[in-house]
Design a protein. Structure first.
Length: 446
């Protein structure tokens, strides 16, 4: 007689328990696929019978309601992880019930669940074991509750606060050290606009340091300035991943503060931070020598000088230079000659790059596995489209025409095609025959 697979029963994915044995044994319930047919009406009754759950993922059940979460909180006292990403019908009511039951939560993902400050403050003050907290897409979140996260959630390793439009510098620790006084001018200037109660919050001075924090996402928190990021760097000196895409008020001063992270920093995103210049990127490349991934998309002031410095980073495997209009062949040649660790390179809409430079890059970066050249005029040449991945169905006709993304085996195939073309060109020149580009792999000169 076959014995039941208890290990499989402990983790159920994209379905609900079907037998009494499964309900008694299941520890991890994971529903991420919104097309699996599971609805809130089906999940709610199961919370009564599944009383040994340790982690629950309901991001694939967007109609999850407060009723289900309340039942989960009351029946499972040992819940350690909960993912409610995109569950727009969950509110403060059920999250506060979860807080009142005080389970030993270690990770909590509430992206897109519209919560208010009192609830987020209660989470920070109640769940002292939290290692991961995600609160992206929170339109009502303000500095008041985020300050409590910094003050009380001292074990956090991952903190996600992307696209929270009300967050300002007051939400983050002040760079002013304890005992020091802020410098003031001879006269106190008048405020240029009426102050709100958020503006009047005092600086957040903390006695401890967030030594455990490794990942921080503040993307598209558009009110942040250099002062706020300076306080973050002072308070979280061990950051490995820092995401600041879309924080348009940031300048070179922020990058100079990021340089203080040194070899700790591995991933940095500065896409759409358009005020950054070459000087800051040069300092970054010389300070953060362990940088592995860097996103500089839409940083329009950057030139080849930044690329010259970044190419020397020994461990850099992903570089995004989308819409960097001043990038030329010189930067691409330099990447090919020095950035041997590159695996993913994004050059879309850099319209000053030639096919010859791309060929040089392909021939000298053996690890390159993904190259994006959408909108690059040279990549629209005859014969290259057949090596590109298929464009997404959501793209319009014009976008599909310029779509050029080469990945996996297609990168090698493109390299071989351009090698043959180079050889044909040399043969044509040797025989004084006009060179004609081909779209196939034949070596005929005519």
């Amino acid at each position: 007689m076959d014995r039941p697979d208890f290990e499989a029963m402990e983790r159920i994915i994209n379905r609900l328990p079907e037998t009494e044995t499964e309900r008694r044994i299941v520890r991890h319930l994971v529903i991420r696929d919104p097309n699996c047919g599971v609805t809130d009406e089906c999940v709610a009754p199961e919370m009564i019978f599944c009383r040994n759950l340790e982690s629950v993922v309901l991001s694939g059940v967007p109609d999850t309601s407060d009723k289900t979460i309340v039942q989960l909180a009351r029946e499972n006292q040992n819940i350690q992880g909960l993912d409610l990403t995109g569950c727009r019908y969950v509110s403060d009511v059920s999250i506060l019930e979860l807080v009142s039951q005080a389970p030993p939560l270690q990770w909590l993902q509430l992206n897109g669940v519209v919560l208010t400050d009192p609830t987020v403050s209660a989470i920070a003050k109640s769940f002292s074991r939290l290692v991961e907290l995600e609160l992206c897409d929170e339109p009502l979140l303000t500095a008041v509750s985020v300050r409590d996260i910094w003050a009380y959630s001292r074990k956090l390793r991952n903190l996600m606060l992307a696209r929270c439009p009300l967050l300002t510098d007051k939400a983050f620790p002040s760079p002013i050290k304890k005992g020091s006084q802020p410098t003031r001018g001879p006269d106190k200037p008048l405020p240029h606009r009426p102050l709100t109660w958020l503006d009047e919050l005092p600086p957040l001075i903390l006695r401890h340091t967030a030594v455990n924090l490794r990942v921080l996402d503040l993307s598209y928190c558009t009110k942040l300035t250099d002062d706020g990021i300076e306080g973050v760097i002072v308070h979280a000196p061990s950051l490995h991943t820092l995401l600041l895409a879309g924080c348009t008020n940031l300048t070179d001063r922020t990058v100079e503060n990021i340089c203080k992270l040194g070899v700790q920093l591995g991933t940095l995103t500065l896409a759409h931070v358009s005020q950054i210049t070459d000087g800051a990127i040069v300092k970054l490349a010389r300070s953060c020598l362990q940088l592995r991934s860097l996103d500089l998309a839409f940083c329009r002031l950057l030139t080849d000088m930044s690329v010259f410095e970044l190419a020397g980073l020994r461990y850099l495997h992903r570089l995004v230079l989308v819409r960097v209009p001043k990038l030329t062949d010189n930067g691409i040649y330099f990447l090919g000659d020095h950035a041997r660790s590159l695996e993913r390179l994004h050059l879309s809409y850099c319209d000053r790059i030639s096919l010859k430079a791309l060929h040089h890059l392909l021939r000298h970066t053996p690890r390159l596995d993904h190259l994006t050249a959408t909108g690059v005029p040279a990549a629209r040449r005859t014969g290259l489209r057949r090596f590109s991945d298929a464009p997404p169905g959501t793209m319009g006709p014009d976008q599909r025409t310029v779509f050029r993304v080469f990945s996996g085996k297609n990168v090698g195939a493109l390299r071989n095609f351009l090698d043959k073309e180079r050889l044909r060109r040399q043969q044509a020149e040797a025989q004084n025959i006009p060179f004609v580009a081909r779209c196939d792999d034949e070596m005929d000169l005519y």
